[in-house]
Design a protein around this ligand. Structure first.
Ligand code: KG4
Ligand code: ZN
Length: 343
């Protein structure tokens, strides 16, 4: 079964062809980071307009790469939500238009489901059930994943997401958008512990997070201080260490509480090297296994959408209906409302 996946939920246009037997045939990504950089964050209207410009040329490109024709497609998948309404509508319209013309199903995929199933594309792949740490620009959640569509929320952020905290702190340090990779780069030249920041909710006894206070603590440290290159690097290193320490501790607590052995890390912050090395080391010491998507599939991409759709289509007992002329998107969509697919 061959699926085209289209991701347009925020500021990346991603397209991919995933074949249920042969795997990923081709994928392409266009990031709008430079377009939004001067505003310090994503401007929704600019994002929608740019998705319109990119999505078809990118799709034509991967058709060539994969050496296949649109008529080979068995389904077209797209991110139905959550995300920016206008941006989501671009992917949904293109997917439904194509699917309708080809007489194949159009399948709306939950963006976070795409993220948390993405490590299953790798080898070795984790086995259900596992814990997923989902850390993106909009979400920080710990989920128990028992199967496709079978997700139980164990804990989540009460305020800012981990990626959002990286982005806001980057702005305070005079870095550009998106902040995560830039803080990570700056942190490599700094020393954690020289400037002290809190570890929010480290000992809260539950699996929830809170990251907005960390940004305020950075602001307090910055005030009245001479922000030379070394101080900025030390703040970046301590900030990264604080987030990583909390994420590692809560992920291990989730494994211990549930008795599960495998942890999957997904979402943009999952690309963070310090997080990966600390998590792998601490989990390994306790006999747990950690799985990560390839770094290019940590941040938003079309491959995870095509892959999640291929999993759903190959496991579902009922065939998805063919594309119709009406469709909608879900800018707000709780992952916990998804239901397990019936095999
Ligand atoms: O999953 P994603 O691409 O988009 C959303 O669904 O939100 O995540 C984007 C977030 C941004 O906040 C970005 O700063 C963060 O992931 N990020 C990182 C790194 N790479 C991306 N944060 C920390 N370290 C990184 N290396
Ligand atoms: Zn994402």
């Amino acid at each position: 079964m061959l699926v085209l996946g289209i991701e347009t939920s925020c500021d990346e246009t991603g397209v991919a062809f995933y074949h249920s037997e042969c795997g990923l045939l081709a994928h392409a990504l266009y990031t709008q980071a430079a377009l939004h950089a001067e505003y310090g964050g994503v401007v929704p209207e600019l994002a929608s307009r740019d998705h319109i410009r990119r999505v078809l040329p990118l799709t034509r490109g991967i058709l060539k790469q994969a050496r296949c024709a649109l008529t080979d497609l068995d389904a077209v998948a797209y991110t139905e939500g959550p995300g920016l309404a206008g941006a989501l509508l671009v992917g949904a319209s293109v997917a439904h238009g194509l699917a309708y013309a080809l007489g194949v199903p159009a399948l709306g995929i939950h963006h976070l489901e795409g993220h948390l199933l993405s490590p299953l594309m790798g080898k070795p792949a984790p086995q259900f059930a596992f814990i997923a740490l989902l850390v993106s620009g909009g979400h920080s959640q710990l989920m128990r994943v028992a199967g496709v569509g079978d997700y139980e929320l164990l804990g989540e952020t009460l305020d800012d997401a981990a990626g959002e905290a990286f982005d806001k702190t980057a702005q305070l340090l005079g870095l550009g958008y998106p902040g995560g990779p830039q803080i990570a780069e700056l942190a490599a030249r700094g020393h954690p512990g020289r400037i002290k920041l809190p570890r929010p909710m480290l000992h809260s006894g539950d699996l929830d997070f809170s990251f907005s206070g960390l940004k305020t603590a950075v602001l307090t440290q910055i005030k009245g201080r001479d922000l030379d290159a070394q101080v900025r690097a030390d703040i970046a290193a301590e900030f990264q260490a604080a987030i990583v320490e909390v994420l590692v501790a809560k992920s291990l607590a989730a494994l211990e509480d549930t008795g599960l052995q495998q942890l999957v890390v997904a979402g943009g912050v999952g690309a963070n090297r310090e997080l990966r090395s600390r998590l792998t080391r601490s989990a390994g010491r306790r006999g747990f296994e950690v799985f990560y998507p390839a770094p290019e599939f940590c941040t938003d991409n079309g491959a995870m959408i095509a892959f999640a759709a291929a999993l759903r289509l190959t496991h579902a007992s009922r065939l998805s209906p063919l594309a119709s002329r009406s469709f909608s998107v879900r800018p707000r969509w709780d992952l916990g409302t998804l239901r397990p697919i019936s095999a």
